[in-house]
Write a protein that binds this ligand. Structure first.
Ligand SMILES: [Zn+2]
Ligand SMILES: [Zn+2]
Ligand SMILES: [Zn+2]
Length: 340
């Protein structure tokens, strides 16, 4: 992600609603992908910075507690919620104590997801424009709320609808799941990036690209339920990391795609950030796959070394082998041809 500055010169951040230094209000313009500083009043936002002087926007209806969403809309936008918030179809019961904070964390991670999708030029239209458009439901199950019917909420994607267990927003729950599933790199943003991968497979892979897909990832017509039960019974093959980015990616070609897609987004966003902070010369607009990979190898080495100095686990312990790179290249070409 790029860096943002208030008009007063203070560095400010993606989720900020006001500047700590000069006190002015801040909001995010998802069309220009930038933070705007100005004045928020009665559902309107008047920009007052040098670049967007006197533009009038509408604020997202969720700008109040608990979400404090700082995203903007065009002044004449008929919706009451921003492009990210309005894709959420179901939220957990807010009268239960932990849920307002869970919902806030989920939406924050979702806005970060949307930032990268918008930056890549991908279609993020919701259900009101496309019946198989993007939508989200954040549910609770009996592990955290005995009053709901569902015993286990499973994270997943079906025809554009992405389901997440709201409890994934709790540190404690996430930690338990990391151990139980042997996924030390499990995060909310990682979930979103994986699930949205299934959505874009449905949108982007068809006709001639489907033939290519099968050549790179394998045949997705292989029985999905059977593949997953085999994976959960026997685990990944011993030498999985030659061809797959994660053990789970070995379970089925569609899971391999979603795992690789998530990495494509991790790398794209992190390289953007590294560039914004002067850690990499890579110009995101250049979009040259080989340079992208070379720069990522450098940046991920630096991140890992910094983490080790702090006594932390490696930030990016994954190895991008030639086979995995051919999968990432396929995704890059698809994004190039359909998005950007
Ligand atoms: Zn300021
Ligand atoms: Zn919003
Ligand atoms: Zn999946």
């Amino acid at each position: 992600m790029k860096r943002f500055h208030c008009d007063c010169g203070q560095e400010v951040y993606f989720h900020n609603t006001h500047c700590e230094h000069c006190g002015r209000d801040l909001a995010f313009d998802p069309v220009r992908l930038t933070l705007v500083c100005g004045h928020r009043e009665q559902g309107r936002f008047l920009s007052q910075d040098a670049q967007h002087r006197n533009l009038i926007y509408k604020t997202c209806a969720n700008h109040t507690e608990p979400l404090q969403c700082n995203w903007l809309m065009a002044a004449d936008d008929p919706h009451s919620q921003c492009i990210s918030c309005r894709t959420t179809q179901t939220i957990p019961d807010l009268s239960r104590p932990k849920n307002p904070l869970r919902w806030k964390k989920l939406e924050q991670a979702k806005r970060r997801l949307f930032y990268t999708l918008l930056n890549l030029g991908l279609d993020v239209r919701g259900r009101e424009q496309d019946e198989k458009g993007l939508s989200f439901q954040f549910l609770e199950d009996q592990r955290t709320n005995p009053h709901v019917n569902v015993e286990h909420v499973l994270t997943g994607h079906y025809n554009g609808l992405i389901t997440l267990n709201a409890a994934e927003a709790d540190e404690g729950f996430l930690h338990t799941m990391k151990e139980a599933m042997n996924e030390p790199y499990r995060t909310l943003l990682g979930h979103f990036r994986h699930e949205v991968g299934h959505y874009y497979w449905m949108k982007l892979v068809k006709d001639d690209t489907l033939v290519q897909f099968r050549r790179v990832f394998g045949d997705e017509r292989f029985d999905y339920q059977r593949a997953l039960s085999i994976y959960y019974q026997y685990g990944a093959a011993r030498d999985w990391n030659v061809s797959f980015i994660s053990g789970y990616a070995t379970s089925h070609p569609l899971e391999d795609w979603a795992e690789t897609w998530a990495h494509y987004m991790h790398i794209t966003d992190t390289l953007d950030t590294a560039h914004a902070y002067g850690l990499s010369d890579y110009e995101p607009s250049k979009n040259d796959f080989d340079t992208w990979v070379a720069e990522w190898n450098q940046v991920s080495q630096v991140m890992n070394a910094l983490n080790r100095s702090m006594g932390l686990a490696d930030a990016y312990p994954f190895v991008l082998t030639p086979i995995i790179l051919s999968k990432l290249r396929f995704i890059d070409q698809l994004v190039d041809s359909q998005g950007r």
